[in-house]
Ligand binder design. Structure first.
Ligand code: ZN
Length: 241
């Protein structure tokens, strides 16, 4: 009996030590490799979101949607479709208003909690992944960041800005720049976190980009497949293999 207990303990010890022996670098590389692309869409749901979902379905690609609370009413079915089709839901505030949202750490947290609750009531999904309006720099003070962390939220920024809001009339330039940046990240063994919006021109651009990137064997992931959030204060390093 005693021997059996010892053997059991030994097996448990071996199992534990083998998982510990996976190096931090190796673990990191599971979600941060050059071929990994995290597509993220902000400011929906709206009338363009279903077209984005159609494109993603066509290429069998999953993405992350950062939901704006004030856009949910009337778009509940779209929100549900995002969930049903296996995409990840993130939170993007209620108002998107710089002054209102950032007034204090508590106002920022409260807005995220409100949109979190709205989404939960409709879909049953309780997301703790957030992207703050206009990104975390320069608006998120240390106190804001600490309050978000304390409330259990994981903040995400991006490292590829498509500038789709700026290039509305020049989609070609937007697509070209985006693909170029994603390829450049791959060359440096760095995953790409791509910022896009649910705009009228986005579905067509997304389709173009996926037509090219899927041919190049990129791997598309959602934010909940990463071990830690990527934001401007926590930039992932590239891996060397
Ligand atoms: Zn936004």
């Amino acid at each position: 009996m005693f021997k059996k207990v010892i053997a059991c303990l030994l097996v448990i010890f071996m199992l534990c030590s083998s998982s510990v022996s996976i190096s931090a670098k190796e673990f990191h590389s599971r979600y941060n490799k050059g071929e990994m692309v995290y597509l993220t869409f902000d400011d929906g749901p709206n009338q363009y979101t279903p077209k984005l979902l159609d494109v993603l379905k066509r290429y069998d690609v999953k993405a992350t949607f950062f939901i704006l609370g004030k856009k949910i009413k009337g778009n509940e079915a779209i929100l549900q479709r995002i969930v049903d089709e296996g995409h990840t839901i993130g939170l993007h505030s209620m108002t998107h208003d710089k002054k209102t949202f950032y007034r204090s750490p508590q106002t920022a947290v409260n807005e995220m909690k409100q949109v979190q609750q709205l989404i939960f009531d409709i879909t049953g999904v309780k997301s703790t992944t957030i992207r703050v309006p206009y990104g975390s720099v320069p608006h998120m003070t240390k106190a804001h960041r600490q309050a978000m962390e304390k409330a259990g939220f994981d903040m995400w920024d991006w490292n590829v800005d498509t500038l789709d809001w700026k290039y509305k009339k020049n989609q070609k330039a937007m697509r070209y720049q985006t693909i170029k940046q994603v390829r450049a990240h791959r060359a440096y063994y760095q995953a790409s976190i791509v910022l896009m919006h649910d705009h009228a021109t986005s579905p067509e651009s997304l389709s173009y980009m996926l037509r090219h990137l899927t041919r190049e064997k990129f791997l598309f992931l959602t934010t909940d497949q990463a071990k830690e959030p990527y934001h401007f204060y926590n930039k992932w390093y590239g891996t060397s293999h």
